[in-house]
Write a protein that binds this ligand. Structure first.
Ligand SMILES: Nc1ncnc2c1ncn2[C@@H]1O[C@H](COP(=O)(O)OP(=O)(O)O)[C@@H](O)[C@H]1O
Ligand SMILES: [Mg+2]
Length: 174
């Protein structure tokens, strides 16, 4: 049996989207120090409108994705191939909000995507039930909005690591 990993928990605040972008740039840099570069599973948790896709977009841009970055809300997954700092990196950005067909897990190749090296970003991981491997890092984003529909407010972010890779990522974003 694998030893339990005693993860680190940190928190931060993103006052505006520019802070989300700055964090994404630090996280991209930290990801590239992993072996193989960028190989990690990161869960993005938080309510609708918390800023999960926004963080994913800034992270993908920081890793070299150009052009429009679609939210995977309808397709469940959007994949990218990038070459940050010369290294080949496969990225899979999932949103399991609408995932409700258990057969889709095998048929759409999700098992293979999680088994392959590369970066996996996962919104709404709970909707995939227990099919996901243990994440390296969980970012739990909480909007400090007092009124519904008010998007331009600070985000409280809890960051929890569940592996040595996750620890390294958290140290990298400090
Ligand atoms: N740190 C932030 N500060 C202010 N506004 C933000 C911040 N992060 C995201 N937003 C805004 O809030 C909205 C979040 O939407 P989105 O990222 O799609 O949420 P989710 O994927 O969590 O449902 C966007 O309109 C975005 O511009
Ligand atoms: Mg989203």
């Amino acid at each position: 049996m694998a030893a339990l990993h005693h993860g680190i928990v940190e928190s931060t605040v993103w006052r505006q989207e520019r802070d989300t972008q700055a964090f994404a740039q630090l996280l991209a840099r930290a990801l590239l120090t992993l072996q193989p570069p960028g190989d990690a599973l990161i869960e993005l948790r938080g309510n609708l409108g918390a800023g999960k896709t926004t963080l994913a977009r800034h992270l993908l841009q920081a890793l070299g994705v150009t052009g429009r970055i679609k939210s995977p809300t309808y397709a469940v997954v959007e994949t990218y191939a990038v070459k940050p700092a010369g290294a080949d990196l496969a990225v899979a950005h999932f949103d399991f909000y609408r995932f409700n067909d258990p057969d889709e897990w095998e048929e759409a190749g999700f098992r293979d995507l999680f088994a392959a090296p590369g970066l996996k970003l996962v919104e709404w991981p709970d909707k995939a039930q227990d099919r996901l491997p243990t994440p390296d890092l969980v970012l739990d984003i909480h909007s400090l909005a007092s009124e519904a529909g008010h998007t331009d407010c600070p985000r409280q972010v809890k960051m929890s690591s569940f592996s040595a890779k996750g620890d390294a990522l958290l140290k990298g974003v400090q």
